[in-house]
Design a protein. Structure first.
Length: 257
């Protein structure tokens, strides 16, 4: 289906053959129409269809329609080899996305995006991790100083230092349906009081217990060993101090649903 917009359509009468003989009004009408030519002046000549236009229409723009021929999917032109999408730089010509302009997602929020079958964003919103029940999402976390349990940075967590190298971390504003999965990390072992050499001997820190109170989760952490007391004179192995050293920082993350 060829269409023109904003132009002039000119019909030019042709000549019937001198041997033409009227036999019926229908035959005469079809002869008149067949001898008439049409031309387009100005405007844009294009074809509209859901299927790829035939080779005879490759000199026109293609208004690509959906399978029902009700919605326009885009404009295309033929570059001699393939049909190429026509960019539409005019903002007013773009379809409504369903999303308001702005920045979504930050340190405290996930972004939820809805996309239709054409790849267009139809909705976007922010979701806080505490309201999401899917497994695998970190719902609470903290990084804190071992010597006093003071948070350096945290989300939905409070820290209680119960003794040397011992801590209870409790979530708040988080809903768990069962005891959470908790992962904790410590920077490792420190050799001597002045050396900056770090050892990654495991385990530097241990999660001794996880529990749940109401909808909140909790975890008890214990630093196993964290400092060297020097080389053993007998076997030459490094001696490590007893547990519960308060050196360095500790990180803990809560997972679950």
């Amino acid at each position: 289906m060829a269409i023109t917009t904003g132009g002039t359509v000119t019909l030019t009468a042709g000549d019937l053959a001198s041997t033409f003989c009227h036999t019926s009004w229908q035959d005469t009408l079809e002869s008149f129409v067949g001898a008439t030519s049409v031309s387009f002046n100005g405007g844009a000549l294009f074809t509209a269809s859901s299927s790829t236009p035939s080779s005879s229409d490759e000199n026109k723009l293609w208004c690509k329609m959906d399978a029902n021929n009700t919605d326009v999917l885009g404009w295309y032109y033929h570059d001699g080899s393939t049909w190429q999408a026509v960019p539409i730089p005019v903002a007013s010509a773009l379809p409504v996305s369903g999303a308001s302009a702005g920045t979504y997602g930050d340190a405290d929020n996930h972004t939820s995006v809805t996309v239709d079958i054409y790849g267009r964003v139809t909705a976007i919103s922010e979701v806080t991790p505490t309201s999401v029940a899917d497994n695998g999402l970190a719902k609470a976390w903290a990084k804190f100083t071992g010597s006093n349990g003071t948070p350096i940075n945290s989300y939905n967590c409070s820290i209680d230092r119960t003794g040397d190298g011992q801590y209870t971390v409790t979530t708040s504003g988080v809903t768990f349906t069962s005891s959470p999965i908790v992962i904790a990390s410590h920077s490792g072992f420190e050799q001597g009081s002045t050396s900056s050499t770090s050892f990654t001997v495991s385990p530097a820190i241990r999660v001794t217990e996880t529990a749940m109170s109401g909808g909140n989760g909790s975890a008890d952490l214990v630093i196993q060993r964290a400092a060297s007391s020097g080389e053993d004179a007998t076997d030459g192995d490094e001696n490590w101090t007893a547990a519960y050293d308060d050196s360095d920082t500790i990180s803990v993350v809560f997972f679950g649903n």
